[in-house]
Design a protein around this ligand. Structure first.
Ligand code: URA
Ligand code: SF4
Length: 187
């Protein structure tokens, strides 16, 4: 029997497959439309996300919402937003390889069940993982990559936290990546 996205989310909410389970307030599975054409994938929940149980609800999320509205004309309810790891790494450290490996089936289920046409990976972490490469985001971004397994295209862009730190050029580049995502969704 195939589970629905909501049923998979309910299972994930009890997950203890890696050590990140110990430090979390709650699992941040993801949010948005279960049949979205567009999916965003970040790194992992921060403090605010851990508190609210929702992805990208802090400063980075506000920027993501704004750029999504301005360049794609969409709200977060019309797409789907998730992270590579579903539980907050302590002190916002990078997730460890074994944590990413343990959590990966949840993201794979989300991609399979939502079946988006376009996936925008936010930052180095999710971009390298989904493209199975060690190449950095600055080189990867600016084009789209077919994902044969998912029947989708992947469009890597900067993490909004990097845009908040980096300023104008990075924001302009992220905007152009989001335009690319919009055009890739157009029939
Ligand atoms: N950064 C991420 O990568 N994900 C979030 O959900 C919030 C901030
Ligand atoms: Fe499970 Fe992922 Fe949380 Fe680890 S990070 S406990 S694998 S949901």
């Amino acid at each position: 029997m195939t589970l629905t996205l909501a049923q998979v989310g309910a299972e994930a909410a009890r997950c203890t497959k890696c050590g990140l389970a110990n430090g979390r307030t709650q699992v941040v599975f993801g949010m948005g439309s279960p049949d979205a054409d567009l999916m965003f994938v970040g790194e992992g929940p921060g403090a605010e996300e851990d508190k609210q149980g929702l992805p990208f609800v802090g400063r980075s999320g506000k920027l993501l919402d704004r750029l999504m509205a301005e360049e794609i004309g969409m709200t977060r309810d019309q797409c789907y937003i998730a992270n590579v790891v579903k539980c907050r790494p302590p002190d916002n450290r990078d997730p460890k390889p074994e944590e990413v490996a343990a959590c990966r089936p949840w993201l794979e289920s989300q991609i399979r069940l939502i079946a988006p046409r376009v996936i925008v990976s936010l930052g180095n972490f999710s971009s390298k993982l989904l493209l199975d490469t060690t190449t950095g985001i600055t080189k990867l971004r600016g084009q789209s990559y077919p994902l044969p397994d998912a029947d989708a295209v992947l469009i890597p862009t900067f993490h909004p936290a990097a845009v908040l730190r980096g300023g104008g050029l990075q924001e302009a580049q992220m905007r152009s990546d989001l335009v690319r995502a919009r055009l890739a969704m157009a029939p």
